[in-house]
Design a protein around this ligand. Sequence first.
Ligand code: HEC
Length: 112
Amino acid sequence: MYSRCLTMYFVVIALLLAGLLLAGCVRGTDEDQIITTPTPENGPALFAQHCAGCHGADGKGASGPSIKPPAFERQDLFLIVANGRPGTAMPAFRGQINEVEVEAIMDFLYAE
Ligand code: HEC
C-alpha cells in the first residue's frame, strides 16, 4: 500500500514537471512570435496604422500629398520615412518602424 502511494507520488511529480516543461515551450513560442517578420501582407495594415491618417487610405493624398508612385523614388522612401520632412507635418519614423516594415508599406504603395 505504501509503495503504491509512493508510485502515485512520483507520477504526480513527473506530470508536474512535464507540465512545467510544456509551459516553458509554449512561452518560448510566444517570444518567437514577437520577432515577426513583416511581410507584404502586413503592408496595408502598417500603412493604415502609420500613414493613412495624412496620406489617405489609398496613399493618394489627404492632408499630406499623394505618395503613390511615381511621386517619389522608391529608394528615397527609406530616408523620407526615417527622417521625416523637417519643417513639415511629415514625421520621422526612425525607431518606430523598421526597414522591413517600410519595405512592406512600399510594396503596398507599388501594388496595382
Ligand atoms: C502627420 C501627418 C503625416 C504622417 C502620419 C505621414 N506623413 Fe508622409 N508626409 C506628410 C506631409 C505633410 C508631407 C509633405 C512634406 C513636404 O511638404 O515636403 C509628407 C511627405 C511624404 C513623402 C514625400 C512625398 C513626395 O512626393 O516628396 C513620403 C514618401 C511620405 N510622406 C511617406 C509617408 C509614409 C510611408 C508614412 C507612414 C509610415 C507617412 N508618410 C506618414 C505628412 C504625414
